[in-house]
Design a protein around this ligand. Structure first.
Ligand code: PMP
Length: 395
């Protein structure tokens, strides 16, 4: 078949694939511990569910304005001002079907064919694929573990070429859990301003920080704010991954283009979920705090245990809900009778030999690592780590 060459270069999302494999094994009755999950294991708070039910009862079940309902845009503006010190008007907000969709909208709005987009490694696996889908070229910049996997202003400066159109920044980071400090972001902002490129600032894990604080790069003045497309959403903070609401805050010019694109591709985000999101953003922070406390307990437990397992090591992530585990000591060795050539082999040895699902970090740009999510109960975490420890101690 003669299909789009551009679309054919796209690989399926490997994190979704691993989760699907774990689910399939579970359905067959296999007791799998799943460290692949990319979503909070908590339920959506009931005040949010009530708001959705109420929206249905009131008949808010029709098309909405393409870039979102005014109530939600207003709530987003209030949130950005309160949490991030960012002042936007509702016209600068585009509500979409999740932060993933917002990033794709942003890339589609700014890229011309062949434009380069700088992506620090490790990265969330969808960034390069979305850049390619939007006819851009991902340019990877390898970060250092001793620098907590964060790109420095100097590394950014060295990667910029006349074709550079944007950088995608993600703090807190998936998969590394790194959180950029205000000073680091200020230095990056200076380089961005100098080069006059865009920043797509993915702040989806903003509410899940255990050490340090969240700062938006857009908050350092009008110039950088104009160049930044802030991406955020309600998926991770409010345990609402299935509701599919995300948003951008940007210059009016970029917002208009994204809204136009959306008006011809998806019409608008789900009306009921938009009303639920107003309630989420206007609700108290207690539910988030409870969730965060539990994540923090698990984070500390997982890090301590991983570092005690034979030939594994990890540093302590400061945000999100993932631990990047260094597996390089296993490369070239045998597990389960098979030679381990990289993270894919290691992950498959764990699922076959220990009934534990982890995500190989190859699709995040680092083949010597696996990503383990702690968005599962402490009991499961303990059980899964016991199994890994047992399995590897026999290797
Ligand atoms: N950015 C990052 C870094 C993520 O990890 C995810 C979800 N895995 C998203 C964006 C997408 O979130 P949403 O559910 O809002 O599309």
């Amino acid at each position: 078949m003669n299909l789009s060459q551009n679309a054919l270069q796209i690989t399926p999302s490997m994190t979704l694939e691993i989760t699907a494999k774990a689910k399939q094994l579970k359905a067959q009755g296999v007791d799998v511990i799943d460290f692949g999950v990319g979503e909070p294991d908590f339920d959506t708070p009931s005040y949010i569910k009530e708001a959705a039910i109420d929206a249905i009862k009131r008949g808010y079940t029709k098309y909405t304005p393409s870039s979102g309902i005014p109530e939600l845009k207003k709530a987003i503006c209030e949130k950005l001002l309160k949490d991030n010190g960012l002042s936007y008007t509702p016209e600068q907000i585009v509500v979409s079907n999740g932060a993933k969709h917002s990033i794709y909208n942003a890339l589609s709005a700014i890229l011309n064919p062949g434009d380069e987009v700088i992506i620090p490694v490790p990265y969330w696996l969808s960034y390069p694929e979305m850049v390619r889908l939007a006819y851009g070229k991902p340019v990877f910049v390898h970060t250092k573990e001793e620098n907590d996997f964060k790109i420095t202003a100097e590394e950014l400066e060295n990667a910029i070429t006349p074709k550079t159109k944007a950088i995608i920044l993600n703090s807190p980071n998936n998969p590394s859990g790194a959180v950029y400090t205000k000073e680091e972001l200020e230095e990056i902002a200076r380089v961005v301003e100098e080069a006059n490129i865009f920043v797509i600032s993915d702040e989806i894990y903003e509410k899940l920080i255990y050490e340090g604080e969240h700062v938006s790069i857009a908050s350092f003045g009008e110039k950088i704010k104009e160049l930044t497309i802030v991406v955020n959403g309600i998926s991770k903070a409010y345990a609402m991954t299935g509701w599919r609401i995300g948003y951008t805050a940007s210059s009016l010019e970029v917002a208009k283009v994204m809204s136009n694109i959306q008006s011809h591709t998806t019409s608008n985000p789900n009306s009921i979920a938009q009303y639920a999101s107003v309630a989420a953003l206007q609700g108290g922070e207690e539910e988030i705090e409870k969730m965060k406390e539990e994540f923090n307990r698990r984070r500390l437990y997982m890090v301590e245990r991983v570092n005690k397992i034979k030939d594994l090591k990890c540093s302590t992530p400061k945000g999100a809900f993932y631990v990047m585990v260094n597996i390089e000591k296993y490369i070239g060795r045998e597990l389960n009778g098979k030679t381990i050539n990289g993270s894919l082999d290691f992950a498959s040895a764990l699922i076959d030999g220990a009934n534990v699902a982890v995500v190989p970090a190859l699709p995040f740009g680092m083949d010597n690592y696996i990503r383990m999510s702690y968005a599962t109960s402490l009991e499961n975490i303990k059980k899964g780590l016991d199994r890994i420890e047992d399995f590897l101690s026999k290797s």
